[in-house]
Design a protein around this ligand. Sequence first.
Ligand code: PMP
Ligand code: GLN
Length: 384
Amino acid sequence: GVRRMRPFGTTIFAEMSALAVRTGAVNLGQGFPDTDGPPEMLEAAAEALRTGHNQYPPGPGIPALRAAVAEHQRRFWGLAYDPDGEVLVTAGATEAVAATILGLCEPGDEVVCFEPYYDSYAASIALAGAVRRPVTLRPSAGGRYGFDPDELRAAFGPRTRLVLLNSPHNPTGKVFTRAELAQVAELCQEYGAYAVTDEVYEHLVFSDAADVHVPLATLPGMRERTVRISSAGKTFSCTGWKVGWASGPAELVTAVTRVKQFLTYVNGAPFQPAVAVALGLPDSYYEGFRAGLEARRDQLVAGLGDAGFRVLPSEGTYFVTTDITPLGGTDGMEFCRTLPERCGVAAVPTEVFYDDPEAGKRLVRFAFCKRPEVIDEAVRRLRG
Ligand code: PMP
Ligand code: GLN
């Protein structure tokens, strides 16, 4: 394969899920729910299949879904996007991120991102021939992840094209506060950079988080320079459907569309009307979803603590990170490669999400998007 993709082997999710299957381990590695999403949504997809929505949908996505995506952002975040021209349906957030980077970056342009970062970011940046400039998130004494404002400033320069920001953040569970986002916004404007926000966990911010979810695009001066990305996978427990979207000013969405049309052209015809139905569900759905995940976070956090891990605070997402030092662990990768055999549980080493593997060497991520009895069983095995 090409040199620029050589550093990217098999994704850690594929490796650890395969290991879990091979060993019969409880899989708390890859983040996917083990229950289905809302029945109204599932029924709408089945109905779409039965009633002939099985051919290429329109390039930017079906009108009903684009309208629902725009309405959802107005309803929850007060953001106004024109469904015609400012919303693009993609093959998951993954494609939206890739098409946005490919559509906005020239080779040699720099992308500021926070590490640890979701693994597709580095690959998408490399595909574009761009260069990543990571800013490291580190746990404070209390455990909450933060960044050094001077390091953030130092990551910006004349070649900065965009900032790629994920909040709520995978793998740390950090929710960026309005004050932290304001620092990012100020630098974006100072350097004339775009912002690309991955908000797939926008509805998973827990009651003890340092802030509510604040889309970066809602900060002054940011809507006009931000491509806002999300996806149905997490919010509606349908990670296998791969329906995502990008929203932003028409000029930016046009640049993303230009790439998307040649990556996949379109995607998932029968899933699109179903996701439109899901986005319109009442607030009680979203609140129940959030509360359910918060309870399972609490359950797993307590169990991991009992099993001897140092558990770092998770304010949102599907994930919690742990420090394995109290268990005598010094290398998260080694720990995760042997955990399924030793204990019958699979997890993901956080070090793979850093450019500097030393930075996350002793951190291991667990997913709690599982049924309570599955989390119980995992905890029982970890306590051994
Ligand atoms: N971004 C983040 C931060 C994620 O955790 C994930 C994976 N769940 C994705 C993007 C990918 O989302 P999708 O499955 O919609 O492509
Ligand atoms: N986003 C999920 C995770 O972080 C899985 C994504 C994947 O398998 N690529 O675990």
